[in-house]
Write a protein that binds this ligand. Structure first.
Ligand code: 4AD
Ligand code: MG
Length: 566
C-alpha cells in the first residue's frame, strides 16, 4: 500500500460501521475487518451482501491454484463460526504460492460476489488487495489438511485450536460459560470468586496438590552453600569475640569525640558481621525439619497450603450472608485416575443457596442443566451440527431430550436395588448397599434403565463428605448426584449440615482434624442457616454436550498424570 493511502479497513474503522438494514454489514469494533460469521451465518448465507467491499482476516483451511496458476481458491476461517468463507485471489494481486498452504494467515480486502450458479457457496470474496500474509512452510507445518486424531492433537496442544474440532469445542465451551452466568444472574445469584490456594480440604479425600516454596528455597540454599560454605562454629565464636573486644574498646575510649565515634563504628561493623555469620551458620542442606517432620513454619504461608479441590467451603461463607451465591473457577485434584472423565485441573460451577433444602437443590440443578442444553440449541446450533456430523450423531437429540424431559429421581437405596436385579449385564464392581456407585453403575441407570438424566439422592453417610446433612435415619445423608447419559456423574451436591453439634460429631467420627475447620464451624455457631448447593463439573458438561469421548479434548490445556504441556 502506498504511503498515505488508507486501506478500506482503515477507512471503515474510522467511520460508524453498524446499521441494521439487510444489506448493511457490521464491522468488527476492535479490529479492522468483518468477522466471517457476519457474512456466512446470515439467514441468506451472505448473498444479500454481494457487491459490498469488506476486509477479512483468517487462516487458510484449504487452498488450490486454478486456471493454470492464474487464480487461487482459498477456504478461510477466522474462528468466529465453523463455516469458511471462499476467497478468490488472482495471480496479479499476490503470489499465489504463498497463500494456498493450509495454516497460512491472510488479511485481505475485496468485494463480496455472488458465485456462478451451481456452486455450493452463497457468497465469495474476490480479493483486490492483500494487506498481510502470515506464511506457513508446508514441509514443516505439523497440522496438514488430512484429518488428525484427537490423540495426535494432544501432542500439539499449542496449535490444536487451529483445527475445526477444537475451535468448535471452544465455542461450545464459551457458550456454556456465558449461559452459566446468565442462568445464575437471572435467578438473583451473586458471583463470588473463591481462592485457588487454600488450607482446607473440602472433600476430605486427601487428593490435594501442595503449594510450597520449600523445595525451591532449599535448592537455593544448597546452591549457595556449595559456592560459599557455612561458617564453622569456631568462626562464629571468633565473631563473638570480636564484638566483645570492640565493645570493650568503646567503653575505654575516653579521648576525643572522634575516637568514640570511630570505636562505635567498629563495634557496629563487628555486630553486623556476627549477625551474618550466625544467620549463615543456621543454613543446612535439605528441607527444614522440626521433631522429625518437615517444618512448614518456614514455608511461604508459614503453614501447609494446597490448590483447592472445591470452592464450596469458602462460598458457603458468602451464602450465609448474601443468600444466593455461586463460584465458577478452576479446581485441582491429584487423583491418579487415567480415565476419560478425570482431569487434574478442571473447572467447577458451584452455587450455594441459603434457606434451601435438598429438594430445592435438586430443582436448581435440573433447571440449570436444562437451561444449558437449551442455550446450546438456541445459540450454538452450527457448532452442534458439526459435532453431530463428525463425532456423535445423537448429540443434538441428547440436548433436546435433556432440555425437555423431567429428570428421574430415585434414592440411593432404590438405585442399588435396581442395579442388584440387573441380569443382562455383569458389572465389574459388585453392587451392594454401602458402595460408592462407579461409572458403570451410574451410566447403566441413566442410559439403560431410565434413558434420561437421573438424580440419585440420600447416599450412605460412610461414602460422603463430612459437611452433608445427616438424615433422620442416621445412616444416610442429604446428598444428590445428577447422572447423565454418556458421562455418568455430572453434578455432586447436598444439603449442608447446619446443626453445630451434629457436624462437630461428624468431623470427630471421620477422624478429621478440627483446627482447619474451626472457621467453617463458626458459620454454625453464629447465625446458622439451612443451606444447600452443588458442583457441576464444567468439562463433564462440555463432554456431555459435544459427545466427544475424552475429557482431555474439551479443556484448552489438559492436565492429567504425567502431562502439563505449556
Ligand atoms: O462431587 P464432587 O467431588 O463435589 C464437590 O466437590 C462439592 N464440593 C461440590 C459442591 O457441593 N459445591 O465434584 C463435583 C463435580 C462432579 O460431579 C464431577 O462432575 C466433577 O465435579 N469432577 C471432576 N471433573 C473432572 N475431573 C475430575 N477429576 C473431577 N472430579 C470431580
Ligand atoms: Mg461426586
Amino acid at each position: 500500500m502506498a504511503d498515505g493511502e488508507a486501506s478500506l479497513a482503515d477507512q471503515m474503522a474510522a467511520t460508524t460501521l453498524t446499521c441494521g438494514s439487510e444489506s448493511s454489514i457490521k464491522w468488527s469494533k476492535f479490529s479492522r475487518r468483518v468477522l466471517i460469521r457476519t457474512i456466512v451465518s446470515r439467514p441468506d448465507g451472505g448473498v444479500g451482501l454481494a457487491g459490498q467491499k469488506v476486509a477479512v482476516g483468517g487462516w487458510v483451511k484449504t487452498g488450490r491454484e486454478q486456471g493454470k496458476g492464474t487464480f487461487a481458491f482459498l477456504e478461510v476461517n477466522d474462528g468466529s463460526c465453523p463455516a469458511n468463507l471462499q476467497v478468490i485471489v488472482d495471480s496479479f494481486v499476490a503470489p499465489l504460492s504463498q497463500l494456498v498452504h493450509t495454516g497460512t494467515c491472510i488479511f485481505v480486502e475485496g468485494e463480496l460476489k455472488k458465485p456462478p450458479v451451481g456452486t455450493k457457496q452463497n457468497v465469495e470474496l474476490r480479493v483486490e488487495k492483500v494487506i498481510d500474509i502470515g506464511p506457513v512452510d508446508p514441509a514443516k507445518y505439523p497440522l496438514p489438511k488430512t484429518r488428525l486424531t484427537l490423540e495426535f492433537l494432544r501432542d500439539h496442544v499449542h496449535l490444536r485450536a487451529k483445527t475445526n474440532t477444537i475451535s468448535a469445542v471452544a465455542r461450545i465451551r464459551n457458550a456454556l460459560a456465558f449461559a452459566t452466568h446468565t442462568f445464575f444472574h437471572s435467578n438473583d445469584f451473586l458471583y463470588v470468586q473463591t481462592p485457588i490456594i487454600t488450607t482446607s480440604d473440602c472433600e476430605g479425600a486427601g487428593e490435594m496438590f501442595q503449594v510450597t516454596t520449600l523445595f525451591s528455597d532449599t535448592e537455593k540454599v544448597e546452591k549457595e552453600l556449595k559456592q560459599n560454605p557455612a561458617p564453622s562454629e569456631a568462626e562464629v565464636e571468633a565473631g563473638k569475640l570480636l564484638v566483645k573486644e570492640r565493645g570493650d574498646a568503646v567503653k575505654s575510649a575516653k579521648a576525643s569525640k572522634q575516637d568514640i565515634t570511630t570505636s562505635l563504628v567498629e563495634l557496629t561493623k563487628a555486630k553486623e558481621h556476627l549477625a551474618k555469620l550466625e544467620e549463615r551458620f543456621k543454613l543446612k542442606p535439605g528441607l527444614p525439619q522440626k521433631d522429625g517432620k518437615i517444618d512448614y513454619s518456614n514455608d511461604f504461608f508459614s503453614r501447609q497450603a494446597f490448590l483447592t479441590v472445591s470452592g464450596q467451603l469458602q462460598v458457603e461463607t458468602f451464602a450465609c450472608a448474601l443468600s444466593n451465591v455461586y463460584t465458577f473457577g478452576p479446581t485441582f485434584r491429584a487423583e491418579h485416575s487415567h480415565t476419560s472423565r478425570h482431569l487434574a485441573e478442571f473447572w467447577m460451577v458451584e452455587p450455594e443457596i441459603a434457606f434451601a433444602d435438598l429438594e430445592d437443590d435438586m430443582k436448581c440443578a435440573e433447571e440449570y442443566v436444562k437451561f444449558l442444553c437449551q442455550w446450546l440449541l438456541d445459540h450454538c446450533l452450527d457448532d452442534m451440527q458439526f459435532m453431530v456430523k463428525n463425532f456423535d450423531k445423537t448429540a443434538i437429540d441428547r440436548l433436546k431430550l435433556v432440555s425437555s424431559t423431567p429428570f428421574q429421581r430415585i434414592s440411593y437405596t432404590e438405585a442399588v436395588k435396581l442395579l442388584e436385579n440387573v441380569t443382562d449385564k455383569k458389572f465389574e464392581n459388585k453392587v451392594e448397599w454401602g458402595i460408592d456407585l462407579s461409572s458403570e453403575h451410574e451410566r447403566y441407570l441413566t442410559e439403560v434403565i431410565f434413558k434420561r438424566p437421573v438424580i440419585v439422592y440420600n447416599y450412605p453417610k460412610g461414602i460422603k463428605a463430612f459437611y452433608m446433612r445427616l438424615n433422620d435415619d442416621m445412616k444416610t445423608v442429604a446428598a444428590m448426584d445428577v447422572l447423565v447419559p454418556k458421562v455418568g456423574e455430572l453434578i455432586g451436591g447436598s444439603q449442608r449440615e447446619e446443626r453445630y453439634d451434629v457436624i462437630e460429631k461428624r468431623i470427630f467420627e471421620m477422624g478429621l482434624p478440627f483446627e482447619p475447620y474451626e472457621w467453617y464451624l463458626d458459620l454454625r455457631r453464629y447465625g446458622t442457616v439451612k443451606h444447600s448447593g452443588f458442583g457441576l463439573g464444567f468439562e463433564r458438561m462440555v463432554l456431555f454436550a459435544t459427545g466427544l469421548d475424552n475429557i482431555r479434548d474439551v479443556i484448552p490445556f489438559p492436565r492429567y498424570p504425567g502431562r502439563a504441556d505449556l
